[in-house]
Design a protein around this ligand. Structure first.
Ligand SMILES: Nc1ncnc2c1ncn2[C@@H]1O[C@H](COP(=O)(O)OP(=O)(O)OP(=O)(O)O)[C@@H](O)[C@H]1O
Ligand SMILES: [Mg+2]
Length: 356
């Protein structure tokens, strides 16, 4: 049985399973980042679509359409943005929605772009309104209106900018305004990775990091990585630590299992926060429906953490359903907690994690 601690605040910081990058991880991430589309594992549909967009543009000798990359954290959006620039043989200018607080910051960046360069705006759903409006014109007409002066004497000066490609990334495409979404010629919807794809990611990372990784060890880590390459790479590093300290350095099934038990990662890749969310849903709210804000309070987390970090995987794993009336535990959630589901719990016939 689960033991629900009353205070789970801050728990997320200790877990190995957050799909968000930790600051100390950035260096490792850049070492492990795929450099071109060929090295980019998985996402076959996105890869094919993107290849066509890029090749089409190259043939025409014009910058490709603006690209929106949408999907949960850690699936490779930043990697793909850099790959797009690399495939085009162009520099990439990187910024983020929260950094573009004033339209002037964006105008400065845009006017410094050279023809065909790639501008990457991470977390584009968090861009401030004035900057967003400036972006409309920039994306459509390669022009910005710079406002000079204040009050009645203010004038707006149109400024030409070089044709460029905007790549936006978002974990919440639903919160993007219609006009912004419509200005992207191509939207790539990133999907969670299959265990087989994650094994490929792991084998590649192990090669780069010089880790001896057996196939059964790779399979074990992959199956607990929540469909997310960032998590797979992180678990690989944790398992390597264990292998070096407590074993002979080689990562096989037994070492992976022992190491992941130490880090509290269960066999479905759920950690304490996920189990706490399910447990609260089932035990405190009779399986739901319950609103996400209430659920978040029950586990002592921010609603956005529960919504953006826990839920996508719980939904994907078939344990939680989002309904108009709130979140509902599926029969699989009850049984994962060792409980019998009530007759009206939504069922989940195929408990496979990654069926399309
Ligand atoms: N398709 C892939 N093939 C190989 N490695 C990958 C792939 N996708 C992601 N990775 C690995 O996962 C790490 C995280 O990827 P990335 O930073 O691109 O994710 P992201 O979607 O931008 O995440 P966030 O939403 O947090 O910005 C990368 O450092 C890379 O090592
Ligand atoms: Mg990113």
């Amino acid at each position: 049985m689960e033991d629900m601690s009353d205070d789970l605040a801050g728990e997320w910081a200790e877990t190995q399973l957050s799909p968000l990058a930790e600051p100390a991880e950035r260096d490792d991430e850049s070492t492990l980042r795929p450099r071109d589309l060929h090295e980019f594992v998985g996402q076959p549909r996105v890869r094919e679509q993107l290849q066509l967009v890029l090749q089409g543009a190259t043939r025409r000798g014009a910058p490709p359409d603006h690209v929106l990359l949408s999907g949960p954290p850690g699936l490779g959006k930043t990697s793909l943005a850099m790959i797009i620039a690399a495939e085009l043989g162009r520099p990439i200018r990187i910024t983020s929605g929260p950094a573009l607080e004033r339209a002037g910051d964006l105008a400065a960046m845009l006017s410094n772009l050279a023809e065909g360069e790639v501008m990457f705006i991470d977390e584009i759903h968090r861009i401030a309104r004035p900057a967003e409006e400036m972006l409309y014109l920039a994306m459509e007409d390669f022009r910005v209106d710079v406002v000079v002066g204040k009050g009645p004497g203010a004038t707006s000066i149109p400024l030409e900018i070089a044709p460029f490609t905007l790549v936006g990334a978002t974990t919440r495409s639903g919160t993007l305004t219609g006009p912004l979404r419509d200005r992207f010629g191509f939207t790539a919807h990133m999907e969670f990775y299959t265990p087989e794809e994650l094994e490929q990611v792991l084998r590649r990372s192990a090669r780069i990091l010089g880790i001896e990784l057996r196939d059964d060890g790779a399979a074990e880590i992959a199956s607990r990585s929540r469909g997310t390459p960032r998590i797979a790479n992180r678990l690989l590093r944790r398992v390597r630590d264990y292998a070096e300290v407590r074993a002979d350095g080689r990562v096989d099934l037994a070492v992976a299992q022992a190491a992941l038990a130490v880090y509290d990662v269960d066999d479905l890749g759920l950690d304490r926060l996920d189990r706490a969310v399910l447990s609260a849903l089932v035990r405190s709210f009779g399986g739901g429906p319950v609103g996400v804000a209430t659920l978040a309070v029950a586990v002592g987390e921010e609603p956005t953490t529960v919504e953006e970090v826990c839920e996508p995987y719980l939904v994907r794993a078939g344990m939680l359903a989002r309904t108009p009336r709130g979140r509902v535990a599926t029969a699989l959630a009850w049984s994962h907690l060792g409980l019998t589901a009530p007759a009206d719990a939504p069922g989940w016939t195929a408990p496979t994690l990654f069926d399309e």
